[in-house]
Every structure is written in structure tokens, then in C-alpha cells.
Design a binder for this molecule. Structure first.
Ligand code: HEC
Length: 154
């Protein structure tokens, strides 16, 4: 029986577990002055996240405008701009810094834009699209209530 091997194996699994926790689950966050969790990212990474956010807002504008002018084609197009396929590839460095919950909310938001686009295309039901939009915006509200961004100097 090799005691040292066991100790080594134990130490390695603790390190691996810690890394899994850090890079997949917890990400790089610190409690912020306003009670939210602040993502600790570089200026470039922040620019990436915020650019995606402005695309979200532009999509919502396009969707509401399309609904009021009765142009379902524009609704579909505006929603797809925030769909999963339109997503820019996330910088690798950011993947490990975002908490799992943040990534889940982000992916789910893209998924809901895709679903809204598909249903708007196939059903053309204004009231239904508006209901989906209102549910989708809950994701925006929930994430903004929980997270903000702090830039760290690396
Ligand atoms: C997974 C989390 C998350 C989701 C979902 C999310 N946001 Fe954000 N958003 C953020 C964070 C974090 C910030 C930075 C806020 C801060 O630092 O105070 C931000 C900032 C923004 C900004 C400011 C952009 C800028 O250039 O300064 C806009 C606009 C925005 N979000 C719109 C939206 C809209 C619209 C939705 C829903 C369709 C949405 N966001 C969904 C996390 C999220």
C-alpha cells in the first residue's frame, strides 16, 4: 500500500475539485458596494459583454416596433439578431470568469429570442409574441439585479 500515492491522489483531486469550482461554477466575482455581485473582468472582456447587451436592447426595440407596425418579418429578424446563432464567440478567458448561473441566464436569453423568432414566424400572433417578450425581459431584470461588472487591471 503506497500511502504517499494516496496522499498525492487526494491532493490532486482537491486541486481538481477546486479548479472545477472556480472555473465552472463560481467564476470571478466579488461582492459589490450596491449589494450585487461584481464580475471581475478586463476592459476588453467588459466591452464584449456590453456589446452583446446593446444587441439585446436593439432586438427588443426592433421586436416592439415590428409589433406596433404589424411587420412580423421585422420582429423575426430583430429577434434572430440576439439568437444563439448570431452570438459572437466568447473570448476563452471570459468563459472561466463568468459564474455558471450567469452563463445559464445568458444562454437562456439567446434561446428565448430564438423561440420568439420561430413562433412569430410560424404563428404570427402579436399577443403571444408580446407575452414571450415580457417573459424574456424577466431574464434581463433578474441578471441585472444580481450582477454588475468591475474592470480589473491585469
Ligand atoms: C446573464 C446576465 C445578463 C442578462 C441575461 C442580461 N444582461 Fe444586460 N447587463 C448585464 C451586466 C452584468 C451589465 C453591466 C451592468 C453594470 O455593470 O452595472 C449589463 C448591462 C446592460 C446594458 C448597458 C450596456 C452598455 O453599453 O453600457 C444594457 C443596455 C443591457 N444590459 C441590456 C440588456 C437587455 C435588454 C437584456 C435582456 C434581453 C439583458 N441586458 C440581459 C448582464 C446581463
Amino acid at each position: 500500500m503506497c500511502t504517499r500515492c494516496w496522499i498525492l491522489a487526494l491532493v490532486l483531486s482537491v486541486i481538481t475539485g477546486g479548479m472545477i469550482f472556480k472555473f465552472i461554477i463560481s467564476g470571478s466575482v466579488e461582492p459589490a458596494s450596491d449589494g450585487r455581485m461584481a464580475l471581475q473582468v478586463t476592459a476588453d472582456e467588459r466591452d464584449f459583454v456590453l456589446a452583446e447587451m446593446r444587441t439585446f436592447l436593439a432586438s427588443i426595440q426592433g421586436i416592439t416596433q415590428g409589433l406596433t407596425t404589424d411587420e412580423m418579418d421585422s420582429v423575426v429578424e430583430a429577434a434572430r439578431r440576439s439568437g444563439a446563432a448570431a452570438q459572437q464567440t466568447m473570448p476563452g478567458s471570459l468563459v472561466g470568469k463568468l459564474p455558471l448561473e450567469f452563463k445559464k441566464l445568458g444562454f437562456d436569453t439567446h434561446r428565448q429570442f430564438d423561440q420568439l423568432a420561430l413562433d412569430a414566424e410560424q404563428l404570427g400572433d402579436h399577443a403571444y409574441t408580446l407575452k414571450q417578450l415580457s417573459e424574456l425581459i424577466n431574464n434581463c431584470v433578474a441578471c441585472h439585479a444580481t450582477y454588475r461588472i468591475d474592470v480589473i487591471v491585469e
